[in-house]
Design a protein around this ligand. Structure first.
Ligand code: ATP
Ligand code: MG
Length: 419
């Protein structure tokens, strides 16, 4: 990118502006999240009537490191729709024109040698006392610039060089490019939840979808060490680190299912194993969620994708908990989930081959269509509370930097008894 001495970033947030009475709360949350995300870059974040701004603390142009840091990190802040680097000016025609004239040669650098460069300006006048209306500002600059730079061609519908000008009472901002972010709601603006995070493709995408609605997440993964490889935890820790870039960071917990899986293997009919494992996973997740004050569970289940995700099986799994279970991928095609996974940079990690708990003692042909009462009858052969207790003893918190575990020693009794 050719060097343009940008000294302000204008950030737009669409959906938030519609939130009526909650608006202030959402804006404050967004501002906090932006500050947190941009910490260490020596910048200042502030808001003013429906916009968020970033400037360097000394009001000097951003350094290339600041430009890179802001570009990369801001894209991951939910709640922002788009942002643009800009040049700050006093809100008078003379000052705006002087700024544009000074920097226009830099704006044109990337079109060197080109003729008929499609140009337009889009002006927005926030302060109605400004002497010219938006259209007249646009016409003025078209006249000035087209006469000075014959390589420009006015193109109102499809401009390549689009100069945006925003005039407000206290400043004017001149921007070129608009960087799209994901929109949604700021992290922490709705309730907290626990994601059942496997090493697969879907659950990280499900987590990301829920984060985009402002839900703050903690993560729980099930492994079956020594039947699953030791590499599984560092892999899930890496997924969590990537996902945490999109939210106020959450914790990763791990639970070892191996002993309980052996009991199920030795006690119950083989074809029910997968469903029984999953009902157990849900009950353990519910207990952890209640203990940590998290209000819902999130999974990457998608209707019809695998044997455990037929409608009947989903129902059977669902009946193991009273908690709200959010399944944002339920109606999503795998291709689309993969597209998101690539975009949010979890795909490569998920794709690393690594067996997880579901594959341990897998039945040759898992049941896909069993009525609930058959499953419940099979489960009656087990002492469920004892199994949950046994697994819960293994719940640990995972160090996200290393993938090492620390047992959670102070396991309190949840307020609500698991089923
Ligand atoms: P994923 O790609 O997320 O693993 P999947 O398509 O492979 O999903 P399943 O293996 O049936 O489907 O898992 C469905 C959901 O159950 C997962 O998306 C995840 O939320 C949860 N889940 C499965 N295995 C585990 C595990 N080992 N630890 C935590 N959650 C799990
Ligand atoms: Mg899986």
């Amino acid at each position: 990118m050719d060097y343009i001495p940008y000294n302000i970033v204008l950030c737009r947030y669409g959906e938030l502006a519609l939130k009526g009475k909650n608006r202030k709360r959402f804006e404050n949350q967004l501002k906090d999240n932006m500050r947190h995300k941009l910490a260490g870059l020596d910048i200042k974040v502030y808001s003013d009537r429906g916009r968020m701004y970033i400037r360097s603390k000394d009001r000097e142009p951003f350094t290339p490191e600041q430009v890179d840091g802001i570009s990369v990190r801001l894209k991951k802040v939910f709640g922002l729709v788009s942002f643009s680097f800009g040049l700050h000016s006093e809100p008078t025609m003379e000052a705006i024109e002087a700024t544009i004239r000074e920097h226009f040669p830099s704006f044109l650098k990337k079109y060197e040698g080109q003729t008929d460069i499609p140009y337009r300006m889009k002006a927005r006048r926030g302060d109605k006392r400004f002497p010219l209306i938006s259209r007249d500002i646009e016409i003025h600059f078209a006249e000035v610039l087209l006469s000075e730079y014959p390589q420009l061609k006015l193109d109102l519908s499809n401009p390549e060089l689009l100069v945006s000008l925003e005039v407000r009472t206290e400043h004017a901002i001149i921007c070129l490019d608009r960087i799209q972010s994901y929109g949604g709601l700021p992290s922490g603006s709705s309730s907290r939840a626990l994601v059942l995070l496997s090493g697969g493709i879907d659950s990280p995408v499900a987590a990301w979808q829920m984060m985009s609605r402002g839900t703050r997440l903690d993560f729980l993964t099930f492994h079956s060490y020594p039947y699953t490889p030791i590499e599984l935890l560092p892999k899930v820790a890496e997924l969590t680190r990537v996902l945490n870039k999109y939210q106020i960071p959450g914790k990763l917990y791990a639970c070892n299912l191996a002993e309980a899986q052996k009991v199920i293997r030795d006690t119950c009919e083989e074809k029910y194993r997968t469903i029984l494992y999953r009902r157990l996973m849900f009950r353990i997740s519910e207990r952890l969620a209640l203990m940590k004050d998290l209000e819902a569970l999130v999974t990457g289940e998608s209707l019809g994708q695998v044997a455990s995700q037929t409608m009947r099986n989903l129902h059977a799994i669902n009946r193991s908990t009273d908690m709200l279970v959010l399944r944002p991928l339920l109606g999503m095609d795998k291709d689309f989930a993969v597209k998101i996974a690539r975009d949010i940079e979890t795909f490569e990690i998920s794709n690393i081959e690594c067996a997880d708990s579901c594959t341990v003692f897998m039945p040759d042909s898992p049941i896909t269509n069993s009525p609930l009462h058959f499953i419940e009858r099979e489960e009656e052969k087990l002492d469920n509370d004892a199994l949950i207790d046994m697994c819960f003893q293994t719940v640990s918190q995972v160090d996200l930097a290393t993938g090492d575990e620390t047992l959670i020693t102070e396991i309190e009794e949840p307020e609500k008894k698991t089923k």
